[in-house]
Design a protein. Sequence first.
Length: 163
Amino acid sequence: MSALVLHPERRILLLPHKKLGVWLYPGGHIEPNETPDEALLREVREETGFDVQLLGEKDSRLADTKADVSVLTQPYAVLCERIQSSEGPHYHLDLIYLCRAHSRPHGGLMKPESERARFFSASDTEALSLFDNFRSLLSRVFNDEDAWARLVLAEQLASRGNG
């Protein structure tokens, strides 16, 4: 999973990927007994030091606690990537979520994996080394008024103590 962490000044949180040599969004893999939603929150915190709120829709009416069925946040996009690895080629599903940054946890005492993570505007990303499809995704998000409206609503609810 990956997180498109939005900032109210129309900026998106990116960090340099050590192995790939490009800028990407924070994200990672799901650990055993962890939902994708939980994994995303953990990965963003580990990689950037930010606590985030997922902004996707979630229809909790479909949950069934008796049958241990929960409802996950709907991703903004899903990519299917063919990966070459030592175990052989396989597909990697990247669930990409819209998020809102709350704050850096523990008063900034936690040391994130990448201290170079920061928010970029659309014009800032033009000079960055990015995968072509990621550049297209960023352009889509920067121009997606519905995505930014979700952020504004979440910010308003948080300022009223509801988020």
